[in-house]
Design a protein. Sequence first.
Length: 556
Amino acid sequence: MLRKWWHDKIAYQIYPKSFLDTNGDGIGDLPGIISKLDYLKALGVDIIWLSPIYQSPFVDQGYDIADYYAIAEEFGTMEDFDALLAETKKRDMAVIMDLVINHCSDKHIWFQKALADPEGEYADYFYIRDGKDGCPPSNLRSYFGGSCWEPIPGTGKYYFHMFAKEQPDLNWENPAVRHELYAMINWWLEKGLAGFRIDAIINIKKDLDFPSFAPDGPDGLAACWKMVDSVNGVGDLLEDLKNHTFRHYNAFTVGEVFNMKEAELPAFIGEDGHFSTIFDFSAHCLSNGEHGWYDAPPISFENWRRAIFESQLKVQKVGFEANIIENHDEPRGVSRFLPAWAQNDAGAKMLGTVSLLLRGIPFIYQGQELGMTNNNWHSIDEFEDINTLDQYRTALEAGLSEEEALAVCARCSRDNARTPIPWTDGPCAGFTTGTPWLPLNENASALNAASQENDPASTLSYYRRLTALRKSQEWREVFTYGRFEPAYEDEPAIMAYCRVMDGTRVLVAANFGRDTVTLRPDYTIKRVLLSNRPTEPENTLTLKSCDVIVAECCLS
Ligand code: TEU
Ligand code: CA
């Protein structure tokens, strides 16, 4: 396998709005990020992914871009951005930005021009079609609810949007659109950006006939991903994108890809694939509800472990995936993947260990290193997320009570991951001197960075040891390139695997159960490299509830 510069790196996702506010407007900003670069360096972070910081009306929190060349004033200026690049470079860190090119904002000049003249040049930057007998051209339902087709007043025409109506989809079949987007991407890469996280990219290929599908809900509509599933040819567009941009910069690209056809994995992430890597969402997809969050199935330990094992075994034959516990679209992993008895410090360390030492590129989401949890939510009015508000309506329409619908959103909302980072136990947790744009977590006075900073037993201190182990001279090779082998699969509460390479075998084993388990001596332990236990027991392989060990094993 050809070695790439990013293979052994650790990435960290920043959701700028909630990271750190320095001017008291309640919104995190670029100077806030710059002031925490040493914190990130100490955590072992090599690559920083910034969720969108471009100019935007923030209907979908910046995933609706009005100007791809401008920094949102909420976050700062282009000078701030350049300073961030310079400061990261000094620390030998790289920055990647979010690339949102399936759609733009309805406030983007291209769309404004398209609306002004729905027959003109810019109309062809989007998908504008005539209605059928006063109805939309097809029955697809957008990801955020309602029809994918929005009428253009007074014209009988509609434009297509897979997300909010304020996020019109760009017409990737139009060479002029591709040309504009590629020029923009190269402009950022020229500035010194290391690459991109590429948003919702599978959606760029449309079925240009825009057929209707069998309705799958009481609204008579069908989920728009059904079109994604049924259409071929996204690969040609992705190759075109790569060949005009990333390839020339040796950029690191991580695709946000759902609904990929399984046989296409090598084309996506194999040697010279469309992307460097894509996220592994296999565990997260286990809770996809058939109709929405309200019928999302719970995730059992068994299914979670199987999903990860299957994915690891499949992907290692092809390339690297990017492993996450959570991101800005997902509830906190500690509240989601851990059983009730493990939702504590020990559990957070255990979950972090088994995730970060998998084969692939670990992405830590801001606050994960502190063991942040979902928030307690008391009213639907506390939420900002457009997706959450839609899911609340959907749940009510399905017959849930207001209380039940709120409970669904409290469990699944994307805002769980978007609450501000608690930096201190002071006012507003040190996040802002003003009013935070989204409520702080109720546990912020107990769970914050300052209280963990100098406590060797804290989740933060443990994460530092964990990343240091992964990156150490001695072990980075096996954690980067070592084969993944499931272990103790017959133990119903143990998540365990080995990373194996030439003369080295490392066992990672965690007890997600409530009871103590003594593992069979399948492996002879040479020494424990890391564990979350205060003292090592007589028998290394005796794991109490929430214990995790990382141990070097003898080969035979
Ligand atoms: O997400 C794409 C996507 O498919 C999401 O709708 C995802 O399924 C959902 O958030 C899960 O609840 C990306 C971004 O990550 C997300 O924040 C944006 O809202 C979306 O694209 C539109 O740009
Ligand atoms: Ca601010």
